[in-house]
Ligand binder design. Structure first.
Ligand code: IFM
Length: 819
């Protein structure tokens, strides 16, 4: 609790000490307009694409004391001199009496008190407008009248984010600002690069008369910028210069003279930072100058989140689990749906990345219940960058829809990632199971072909795209009949040459086949199911014949047929994903399930989570690739790569080991890190991508928070496998695998527009085994509840029981999930 606490009633995390070990951030808006806001009020905003249309200049590598993107100054006038304060703590770093940054659902609210002045700033983006609102309330809480000036400030980036950092002549020569007054005399400061003047431009304004402004950073800081953000020269002057920048580092600094605030008196100023066409600016500005409209936009934001979160909520005996599953984890899933791995403090959205095919496919699975419409849109985009041969482009830029092969372009490597295309199968199947929108499978979507304009590209129904994905893997195998690795599989950093084989791809293919067979069975396409079942059995045979190492499964074969992830290796002997995915695919036979999962526990588990592999590679080896560029214990080289932890949880539930699955869940739950936060360092309210492993001297240090597949998969592990509430084609399946200490739990689930209030009784304290399911008072003979009428509310009572002898009625679930 050193830097803050969870406020479950408000669904917030509240940071009470701004000196956090790293910046802790939140996201506002969406990728259409939005970005991240840190806990000291800095912001990185963009519209549509962080690389191609960036608005604010936020340089994460600068010291934490620097303001980034946006800040706010207060100036108190005392006996002819000025006292400068930062209500956000940076950049003046003064002592404060109180500080609270409320990390909310799609908003940030920073409340601080210093020198008797309380500043309360609510920061958010309305659901339907490209504007960042900062609703600022200043209150004189002292016992003397105080004369106050308020100076909100933004610093712009060139819209081409990378150019901002690679060209220090062309960029500043093009950046310009202009001041406009509206019909009420209120100032609108516009900013644009010369070439974009006639199209959209950025604007910064407020609902209060502005005394004067600065638009050039050198003038604001002063003395050719040898002044600092702590003591800008402009703040020592009565008024700003009103200079309209014609080049240089463009900022917007608006000096508001609020006059004298009597004790107890408050003033409210609303700033707006937006991007729009010239003719649209006035309307937007007008709308959000009105306090009532701002309040109602904030209410609409809250109702978006209420609706999004209303699809699933649980009450279990574990409060930290409830908080994470009911609020923070699904919120993170929505942010990954928007931002993929593109824009965070770690993934800087500068140009080469875009949205990843594999990443975004997985992200959709965590957000599909809450945001099915947005998921469907993203699925369409993803499928449209699949190649006609069934493989997929690795990533695409959301504004231009241009796709690239990513790092697979590296010389000497294959041009594809061997796994990408298969992820869309899991994503589309999850979408149709959740929504029942089977028409989507028939919708025609184009294949990607860079050389052809969109209207000339071939197209096929979504289902055909998925079948081609399977076919690509079936027809691209190596010497053991296992799928080729390509440049890499899920693990981007093991880059083997030539026709190396990947067990991950084999398992993902197996899981994809299971999903498609389940779907086609439901659609009555039995002939195709028979054909695919044969493919499944062929791959299952290859895996078990070639990849069993004695105690665990092998992870790769090099092009010479040498194993990686085997006891015969000296480094990288065992890999987590080879074990968990052998269970998820259903390929692991008999006792191999238990042996593989127990090997994970014995060789890879640590107090901070499960490592990706062990032991780490100790020197750079160009034949194994990127993984050996990290020291042992970091990232994919034996680090705790959190994304792969929920896969082990899921596998454990599939063998019925709820206690082990839950142990794994708890050890990575960020909410549980709050007490050892100086080791972990990053936000306790979202999952990170990586924690340093036990081979590293800084074991336990987290990095790369927010944008990680951990969000989606941990959410799926918690809701669908531990609590066991699973959408299926036929209805809602209830199959919990919980810690035996739990006596039961409750869930409220909205599925295909009907509500299910589910109560699970586990008074026998077992992990799994559903004995009875009652729907609205009627006993069912299966643990899958058929889809109920839209709008209906349904009571579901579930009992979990041990089967003690053959004569007992056997549990109706958990019979044989693991074959
Ligand atoms: O699977 C990848 C992901 O696509 C990007 N981040 C790293 C992961 C593991 O290499």
């Amino acid at each position: 609790m050193k830097y803050g606490y969870f406020d479950d009633t408000a669904k917030e995390y509240v940071i009470t000490d701004p000196r956090t070990p790293a910046k802790w951030v939140n996201y506002i808006g969406t990728i259409r307009f939005g970005g991240l806001v840190d806990h000291t009020g800095g912001a990185l905003l963009c519209a549509g694409d962080p690389a191609l249309n960036r608005i604010l200049k936020y340089i994460p590598q600068l010291p934490e004391s620097e303001p980034k993107g946006e800040t706010l100054y207060l100036r108190i006038r005392e006996n002819g001199s000025y006292k400068i304060l930062s209500p956000f703590f940076t950049p003046t770093l003064d002592d404060y009496d109180d500080f609270a940054c409320h990390v909310g659902l799609g908003y940030q609210r920073i409340v601080s008190r210093s020198h008797g002045i309380r500043t309360d700033v609510l920061i958010f983006v309305p659901n339907d407008s490209p504007v960042e609102i900062r609703d600022i309330k200043i209150t004189n809480e002292g016992n003397k009248p105080v004369e106050i000036d308020l100076i909100p400030l933004v610093e712009y980036s060139h819209f081409e984010a990378l150019k901002q950092f690679t060209n220090a002549d062309w960029v500043p020569q093009t950046m310009m600002s202009e001041a406009d007054r509206d019909e009420n005399g209120l100032l609108i400061l516009k900013q644009f690069p010369f070439m974009r003047k006639e199209t959209k431009h950025n604007f910064f304004t407020s609902n209060h008369p502005v005394d004067s402004f600065e638009s050039d950073r050198a003038r604001f800081l002063g003395n050719n910028e040898y002044a600092t953000w702590q003591a800008p020269e402009a703040l020592k002057k009565e008024s700003f210069s009103n200079y309209e920048a014609r080049r240089g580092n463009n900022i917007g600094a608006l000096l508001h003279k609020l006059g004298t605030l009597a004790p107890g008196e408050s003033k409210r100023i609303i700033t707006q930072l937006g991007q729009a066409k010239a003719e649209e600016v006035a309307g937007l500005v007008h709308r959000y100058r009105d306090e009532k409209n701002v309040a109602s936009a904030f209410r609409e934001l809250a109702s978006f989140w209420d609706d999004y979160l209303s699809k699933f909520s649980c009450e279990t005996p574990d409060e930290a689990f409830n908080t994470t599953v009911n609020v923070h984890n699904p919120r993170q899933c929505y942010m990954t749906l928007n931002w993929s791995r593109y824009l965070s403090l770690y993934q800087l959205g500068l140009g080469s990345r875009g949205l990843g095919f594999r990443d975004s496919s997985q992200d959709t699975m965590g957000a599909v219940a809450g945001a099915p419409g947005e998921v469907k849109d993203l699925l369409r985009k993803l499928i449209s960058v699949q190649n006609p041969d069934g493989s997929a482009m690795h990533q695409f830029f959301p504004l231009s829809m241009e796709a690239t092969e990513g790092d697979a372009l590296e010389e000497g490597h294959k041009l594809v990632y061997g796994d990408d295309h298969l992820w869309s199968i899991l994503a589309v199947c999850a979408y149709v199971k959740e929504t029942g929108d089977y028409d989507f499978l028939r919708e025609k979507v184009t294949f990607y072909d860079k050389k052809l304009p969109l209207e000339k590209r071939a197209s096929a129904p979504v289902l055909e795209h998925l079948l081609r994905a399977l076919d690509y893997t079936k027809t691209h195998t190596g010497m053991h009949g296992l799928p080729l690795l390509g440049f890499a599989d899920w693990n981007d950093t093991v880059n083997l040459l030539g026709d190396a084989e990947s067990l991950f791809n084999a398992h993902l293919y197996g899981k994809g086949l299971l999903e498609i067979m389940d779907l086609l069975e439901y659609l009555g396409e039995t002939a195709k199911v028979t054909e695919l079942r044969e493919d499944y059995e062929v791959m299952r045979k290859h895996v078990n014949e070639h990849a069993w190492d004695g105690e665990w499964f092998i992870r790769y074969f090099t092009e010479k047929g040498e194993p990686i992830g085997s006891s015969s290796n000296t480094e990288g002997k065992i890999y987590t994903n080879a074990q968990s995915w052998a269970v998820l695919s259903g390929f692991a036979e008999g006792e191999r399930v238990n042996k593989a999962l127990d090997s994970v526990f014995t060789h890879l588990n640590t107090a901070h989570g499960i490592k990706l592999s062990s032991p780490g590679y100790t020197r750079f080896d160009s034949e194994i690739g990127g993984v050996s560029t990290y020291p042992p214990g970091a990232k994919e080289n034996g680090g705790i790569f959190l994304h792969s932890n929920p896969w082990v949880m899921i596998a454990e539930t599939m063998r019925g080991n709820g206690d082990r699955a839950y142990k794994y869940y708890l050890q990575i739950n960020p909410a549980a890190k709050n007490d050892d936060i100086d080791t972990y360092e990053i936000e306790p309210y979202v999952y990170a991508q990586n924690i340093l492993g036990d081979e590293h001297p800084q074991f336990g240090l987290g990095r790369n928070s927010w944008l990680s597949g951990t969000a989606s998969w941990t959410y799926q592990a918690a809701t669908q496998y531990i609590l066991g509430i699973q959408p299926t084609h036929q209805g809602l399946r209830i199959d919990p695998c919980i810690p035996s200490a739990w006596n039961g739990f409750k869930v409220r689930r909205v599925f295909r527009d009907a509500t299910y209030i589910i109560e699970v009784d586990n008074s026998e304290n077992i992990c799994s085994g559903v004995a009875t399911v009652e729907l609205n008072g009627t006993l069912l003979d299966s643990n899958t509840i058929p889809v109920q009428e839209p709008g209906s509310e349904n009571r579901v009572v579930v009992t979990m029981r041990k089967a003690t002898s053959n004569a007992d009625a056997p549990p109706i679930a958990r019979a044989a999930t693991v074959s």
